[in-house]
Design a protein around this ligand. Sequence first.
Ligand SMILES: [Fe+2]
Ligand SMILES: [Fe+2]
Length: 270
Amino acid sequence: MPKWSYENDIAYDEIDISKIQDNDFLFNLLAIASFIEITSDIYAVNLSDYYKDCDEAVAWLNDVWELEEVQHGKALRRYVNQVWPNFNWQRSYDIFLKSYLPLCSVESFQPTQAKEMLARMIVETGTSTFYHALEEYSKDLKEPVLGRLAYLINKDEVNHYGYFDHYFKYYNKHEKNGRSDIVKVIINRLKEANDEDVKLGFYAVHEHINSNQSQKEAFDLFHESISEYAKKYYPYNMAIKMMLHPLDLNSMVASTVTPILKQAMRILGV
Ligand SMILES: [Fe+2]
Ligand SMILES: [Fe+2]
């Protein structure tokens, strides 16, 4: 069961709509996040199958992870509907799902069970840091309902990271992936993420833009806005700490590479 309820614990009626209703950037961000989160049920089915040898992992994936991720999507959808009632969420989501489903296949999984757990840790690093940034952003927007929602989701994502870490260690006892294998998975997963899901979400939200060229131009502008937003709000140190954790580096090495990675992530716009 989720630790909080999107229906009872978020005061959607108290959102100060006037502060954010003209904020297209926030609208895009939340609509796209709602699409991706709510589709986690597909991943839960695939992951449960991939880890069917471990009843405990399957039980956690189905009884906790899936319910929490889908709840994130439902909470964001309700928030979006409350602030932007003219947006036809379902219509855009149907468009999104059609293009996104092929990316959700088991074929896109890592070749081994430990490596896929590691990849899930990177995904959870992405979501944890995303909601952390959103919470910070909500302070500047002076919109506390969004802040509370981002805070609650962030806590769940950090918790998911911990579980995937636990299962990564469980499977890696047998697989014995070393640091170079781990680095390869992390880099590949980061490359793969490459905003494809965000792009599909954006295109679905803006399906009324007919020509591919103008859709691409609109997305490029949105992407530039994300980079500006990240410079201000993205918790780089938190992201690096979470990504380095599976490498089990000693603290001196970790503190030496952190500023280098931080600089690299900023330059690459990660
Ligand atoms: Fe989530
Ligand atoms: Fe998560």
